[in-house]
Every structure is written in C-alpha cells, then in structure tokens.
Design a protein around this ligand. Structure first.
Ligand SMILES: Cc1ncc(COP(=O)(O)O)c(C=O)c1O
Length: 442
C-alpha cells in the first residue's frame, strides 16, 4: 500500500483519465452505475484498493473516503472482521439455495434490533426490497396506490423513478399538483399511475391527499430522514403526524431505510427518531458492502407475499451482515462516530466563516451534511432547490478530490464509517482549510 501523502500537492490523476476513456469504449457510460461518476467531474477516479477509511487510486494517490461505496461500507474498506467471516464462508460455499444456521441467526438478530421487525424477508438491492415492500402493502390493504414524496429516490424500476430530480422549483409545479417527471428513456410511464406525489415535510398537504383518496392508498412511503435530496430532517412532530394519519386510515407507513439503516443507529431512523413504521426497508450498510437488502414488518402481512429470487441472502451476504452487526453493537461505536461528525461539521462551518462563505452543516451518527448558500437547516426539497448553492458544492467536490478527500457528489450528504479516525478527520480539515479560499476564485 502506498505511503500516506501528507503534503498539500494537487494530485495527478492522468491514469484514471486514460482508463475512463478506455472503459467508455466497452462499457455504457464508462462506469457500471451512473452513481459511479459525478455529473460535475470530467472523469471518475479509478481505484485499486481501500483499507479502513483510506483508498488508493491507479495513479498511486491516497484518499480519505466519505463516499463509503455509496453508503454500504459502514466498517470502512476491507475490515478484518468482515473479511474473516466472508473468507470462512467462501471455503464452505457461496450459494446453497437452502437455509443455514447463520441465516436463522441473522434473521433473529434483525428482529431484535429493528423496532418494526416481527419477521423479515430478503432481497439483494434496495430497488428490489422496495418493489417487494410495496407489494406487501398492497396485499395487506387490498388498495393499490402508494404515496411517494417528491425528490425521494427508492430505486431504478419503472414504477419508482418518478420526480426524483429537478432543476428548479418551477419544474416541480404546485405542492398539491406535483409534476410527474420521468427520468429515463424506455420508462413505462403507465406503471406510475398508482403513484401519488406529495411534498415531504408538509403534513397539511398530505392530510388533504389522504382525506380525498384514503380508500385507494395502500401506503405512505418515505425516507424518514430525507437523505437523497438533502439531507432534510423531518419537522418537529412530522413523523409522528404521518404515523397517526396512517393508523387512522388503514394505510401502511413504510420507511425506506436503505440509507439510514445502520447509519443513524442499528435500528435505523425508526429507533433514532422513535417512530415505528409498519414496514422498514434496509439495504446498503446492512452487509457492509456485500449486496443484501431486507424488509421487516408484522407477520400478519409480511407472510402474504412470498419473496422470490436466486441470490436473496446469499451465505456470503449473511456472513458479512453478522460481522457488521457484531462490530456496530460494540459499546461506544456510534458515540465515537458521532463525535467525529461533530468535529467535521464544526470545521466545515468554521471554514465558511473564515472565508466569508455561507455554509450549513449538521450530522447524525454516520451521516454528515454540508451545504453552501444557506446557514440554516433546509425545510424541504423546494427550499434546497431554491436556496442551496449546488454549483459551489460541485466546485468543492472537485477541489477535495484534487487534494485527497472523496466526498459524495450528492448535494452535500457524506458518510462516516466505524473505521474513520481522529487523524483522518484532522487531515480532512487541513484539506478543507486549503481548498475553501479557492471556492471564491473564478
Ligand atoms: C433511499 C434509497 N432507497 C433505495 C435505493 C435503491 O437501492 P439500490 O441502489 O441498492 O437498488 C437507494 C439507492 O441509493 C436509496 O438511496
């Protein structure tokens, strides 16, 4: 592994650039997911390896990483404990199409740590877990419509990819008549006929929708801490208010915890905020980077729909997930991560003040938020679109990358892991102090 670089020289990434040009010849977009290249970068950095919170690229540069494989690597890269569990399972077989003792142990554990989990079922990705959860809600209520919030992403399937991105508030239309924005060629728009769009964090508009259409609504589906286009916290009483609305109207409340699961706490946002949904959807961090997703809920309706699939809860994913939970359960883990988040968020705000740049930062355990252009928490997605300076964030993203800090390109949400150290945070702050003055240059 290359020696740590602690100077403040701009990185040379020519090999990454050349590799991307080569990849583009053989691979759609030159990457395997649109998440793997930021719209604001000329080319993605190609990686060779990672250990802990550090990553190493093809040019031999070292990075402190806050992308976490787009969320999953909650223990950092190549954690010994997870490697040992996975290697042990590799030696015994990767795929049995049969239950195992470990599968039973994991399922039991998940029902103990996740408040809404009476029973669980598995898929491999967050997209699939959402598809399954929506089906369970429809089976349980005999109703077909799902309320989905503008700006919230739940996967790439036809029915899911609606009004997840917008350039401006005008594009979104009125709060009570939100535009149906489709995002990909080939999408069957008719599959979204059963989706009702609503603005998140607006209980009055949601209540009106429910009053008018309660006999058709199977579920209200939400990211309980809106991470994908924010992050945005629920207003005081909002989650509780939606919970009551659902209970009163025979509507299931679904929390998509694909990002918040294991990041806010082991029991997800439902444990962190103390509001229990009818169904919880977990993915990403649940197996530390090996594909696994899971839905959890009450037996009476979970058992109405039988999960299908070849790779659901493969023995490798199960081994990894048990190792992840074992580590995260150790006393003090989340407190330690949270303290690092406090330091990082404070440093970001301090850099803004020193350089006369309006900034906002916040953090909740392993999720940290950085925003430019505002100095308060955003209220909803429309507030983000109207007031957050996305161009400055893009510039910051590229400057951090030039000096060895990888942050997500996604509107200011970055991830900590149990592998981050004080030293990682201190070095990151040095890089922030170096690049902030450059944000004001043309
Ligand atoms: C909140 C949320 N739900 C669902 C998904 C889809 O998960 P996957 O990419 O594993 O299909 C994502 C992915 O980023 C997500 O952020």
């Amino acid at each position: 592994m290359p020696e740590a670089k602690e100077t403040m020289e701009k990185y040379n990434t020519e090999k990454s650039k050349a590799l991307y040009a080569e990849c583009c010849k053989y691979l759609v977009d030159g990457v395997s997911s649109s998440f793997h290249v930021a719209p604001c970068e000329e080319y993605p950095i190609a990686m060779v390896s990672g250990k802990g919170a550090r990553m190493y690229d093809v040019d031999g540069n070292e990075y402190i990483d806050y992308i976490a494989g787009f969320g999953p690597t909650i223990l950092g890269y190549a954690p010994d404990v997870m490697n040992e569990a996975v290697i042990d399972q590799l030696g015994r077989g990767v795929q049995f199409s049969a239950p195992t003792e470990q599968l039973c142990a994991l399922s039991k554990k998940l029902t103990e740590i996740i408040p809404c989990a009476e029973i669980v079922s598995y898929q491999s990705s967050g997209t699939e877990a959402n598809m399954h959860a929506w089906r369970v809600a429809r089976a349980a209520t005999g109703k077909m419509k799902i309320v989905k919030f503008e700006g919230q992403y739940h996967g790439w399937a036809d029915e899911q990819k609606i009004t997840i991105g917008a350039d401006s508030t005008e594009q979104l239309g009125a709060r009570d008549n939100i535009s149906r924005l489709f995002t990909t060629a080939g999408q069957r728009q008719s599959t979204t006929d059963d989706i009702i769009l609503a603005p998140w964090n607006d209980l009055d508009t949601l209540t009106k929708i429910v009053e008018e259409q309660k006999d058709e609504i199977a579920a209200i589906l939400m990211e309980p801490y809106m991470c994908d286009e924010g992050p945005i916290l629920g207003k005081e009483g909002y989650l509780e208010g939606v919970r009551e609305l659902c209970t009163a109207n025979n509507i299931l409340l679904i929390f998509d915890e694909v990002i918040t699961g294991f990041r806010l706490s082991l029991g997800g946002a439902q444990e962190y905020f103390g509001v229990t949904p009818d169904i919880g959807i977990f993915g990403k961090a649940i197996a530390g980077g090996i594909p696994l997703s899971m839905i959890a809920g009450k037996k009476e309706y979970m058992e109405l729909v039988h999960p299908s699939g070849t790779f659901n809860a493969s023995p490798i994913s199960v081994a990894a997930s048990l190792a992840v939970i074992g580590e995260l359960e150790k006393p003090g883990t989340y407190e330690r991560i949270d303290a690092l988040g406090t330091k990082l968020a404070n440093a970001f705000i301090e850099c803004g003040k020193k350089n006369g740049i309006k900034t906002y930062a916040n953090h909740h355990n392993a999720i940290v938020q950085f925003q430019f252009g505002i100095d308060r928490a955003p209220e909803d997605w429309r507030d983000v679109l109207d007031n957050v300076d996305a161009d400055m964030y893009d510039k910051f993203y590229n400057l951090c990358r030039d000096y060895g800090v990888r942050i997500t390109s996604m509107r200011g949400r970055i991830y900590l892991s149990a592998a981050h150290t004080e030293e990682d945070i201190d070095r990151t702050i040095e890089v922030f102090e170096h690049v902030f003055p450059m944000l004001k240059e043309d």
